[in-house]
Design a protein around this ligand. Structure first.
Ligand code: SAM
Ligand code: SF4
Length: 473
């Protein structure tokens, strides 16, 4: 059986200075002039320092907070345009040796129904997701010797190989426990897109309270050092995150920015995405937490992250309720999931109609609408739902991942690709209402393209209509 080498990299450093960040949080105060200066820097699309991020966190008055929201909307529009990329999480197995006190998969929860998808079940799940129109998945695993790098690599390959009708998964990301360098090499070879892992909380004392020391996850540094090992193994596309509600959200925002800047300076590549889930109900979890993040604080943290790292994708998951998701989209979220099922095996048709049952799930989702419903709604909001996976497949990742940095990139590549993947979705999967809305949006977007590009996109849209798939720039 695979034996993980749990030695930290020789140059592993603890770059999170709890005392310094605590002092920054304690010293936060509103300084409107400084806030406006920092906003101006973000609007020039320059990444902020940790100190500048703290200045934004100090803003409390509704008027100043609104200025931050408005700036986030502007950065989102300028950097990302009006696309929203869709993905779906797929839970492969919930055996877990860890005992994270907030998680419905924790080892001490004996009532949890444990299961690992068999090959045949995985294929059925992937087919079910393809039949909804998904092109991009994130496979999720508990931490267990069952989920060795070879097992993970196998499930990734199997996901890519599964094709139903016009459906195919074009990008497979993973959210799996930290591996050693060799393990990361193995999963990289299987063609993973983003390697995602959340630190949960960067605050060491809190981390120790939620993650018992006698578990692998109890080792804070092993987790903090995970992306260093991933980079060394050749993975240059990573996603970091915090589980908000465990500790002071302002500390966590400063720590996330610290982590992003650390990776950028050490490896020349920052994170591709940041995730900021809030803790949700799970079996046996008392949600009456001291550090619960209110909706208003949540909006502030998303907007501030947007301004702090203008070129990093922001992922908001279905953990959040539909109404809040609508509002926060405008602040700079670039990826969302929809139609999410957290139950192992939950996408297969026979389980679709069932109520959420906590003993099979990790936690409750807040937005239970179908993919088609969410797409229909965001179309009404003027967004282009995108299933594009082009950059990753053309090798535009890591330091070559200039997607957002190159002037004109969005207009030349992202928007046309979003339009074409939306057209595929409308042809193959959308309800008649969503299709009508989508066609209207495509026509409006075509008007905005310059002549030559428009002609090219129209030509390819014709090809999509006549059955061709997977056309991209
Ligand atoms: N086992 C791996 C790990 O812990 O990193 C990966 C999978 S774990 C299922 C994915 C994420 O789910 C965790 O990183 C955690 O942030 C999140 N999670 C766990 N319990 C949660 C809860 N009650 N509410 C919201 N998110 C939760
Ligand atoms: Fe296991 Fe991950 Fe849940 Fe912790 S969060 S108990 S490691 S599945």
């Amino acid at each position: 059986m695979y034996q993980m080498n749990t030695t930290l990299s020789a140059d592993a450093v603890d770059f999170i200075d709890d005392v310094k960040l605590e002092a920054m949080v304690a010293g936060l105060k509103e300084d409107p002039e400084a806030v406006r200066r920092v906003i101006a820097k973000s609007l020039r699309k320059e990444a902020l320092t940790v100190e500048e991020t703290a200045i934004l966190l100090g803003a409390e008055s509704p008027e100043l907070v609104e200025e931050i929201f408005e700036a986030a909307r502007t950065v989102k529009r300028d950097v990302y345009g009006n696309r929203i990329v869709f993905f779906a999480p797929l839970y492969v197995g919930n055996y877990c040796t860890n005992n994270c006190k907030y998680c419905g998969f924790r080892s001490s929860l004996k009532s949890a129904v444990r299961h690992t998808l068999s090959d045949a079940e995985l294929v059925r799940e992937v087919e079910a997701l393809e039949e909804l129109g998904h092109k991009r998945l994130i496979l999720v695993y508990g931490e267990s010797p069952k989920y060795s790098p070879d097992f993970i690599a196998h499930t990734v390959r199997q996901t890519y190989a599964t094709k139903k009708g016009n459906g195919e998964i074009r990008r497979v990301n993973i959210n799996a426990a930290p591996l050693d360098e060799e393990g990361f090499r193995i999963v990289k070879e299987a063609g993973i897109g983003t390697y995602q892992i959340f630190q949960e909380t960067y605050h060491k004392k809190t981390y120790a309270e939620w993650h018992p020391a006698n578990t692998m996850k109890g080792n804070y540094m092993w987790r903090l050092n995970a992306f260093d090992r991933a980079f060394r193994a050749g993975i240059d596309d990573i996603g970091l995150g915090v589980l908000f509600g465990l500790y002071d959200w302002r500390f966590e925002v400063l720590a996330m920015v610290t982590h992003a800047l650390y990776l950028q300076s050490k490896f020349g590549v920052g994170p591709h995405t940041l995730s900021f889930p809030r803790i949700k109900a799970a079996e046996g979890l008392d949600l009456n937490l001291k550090y619960q993040v209110s909706d208003n604080e949540y909006k502030r943290l998303v907007a501030i992250l947007r301004l702090a790292v203008p070129y990093t994708g922001l992922i908001m998951t279905a953990r959040e309720p539909a109404e809040l998701r609508r509002e926060v989209l405008a602040f700079g979220v670039s990826q969302i999931d929809a139609g999410t099922k957290l139950e192992i095996g939950g996408y297969q048709e026979d389980r679709q109609k069932g109520e959420q049952t906590l003993n099979r799930e990790q936690f409750k989702v807040g937005d239970t609408r179908t993919l088609d419903e969410v797409i229909g709604e965001i179309l009404e909001g003027g967004y282009i739902p995108s299933f594009c996976t082009s950059c990753y497949r053309l090798g535009r990742t890591g330091e070559h991942f200039m997607e957002y940095a190159i002037p004109g990139f969005i207009g030349k590549f992202c928007t046309p690709n979003a339009i074409m993947t939306l057209a595929e979705y409308l042809e193959d999967y959308a309800s008649p209402e969503t299709k009508a809305k989508g066609m209207a949006l495509i026509n409006a977007e075509l008007e905005k393209l310059d002549g030559k590009l428009r002609t090219e996109v129209v030509k390819r849209l014709e090809q999509v209509r006549s059955g061709k798939r997977d056309l991209y720039f």
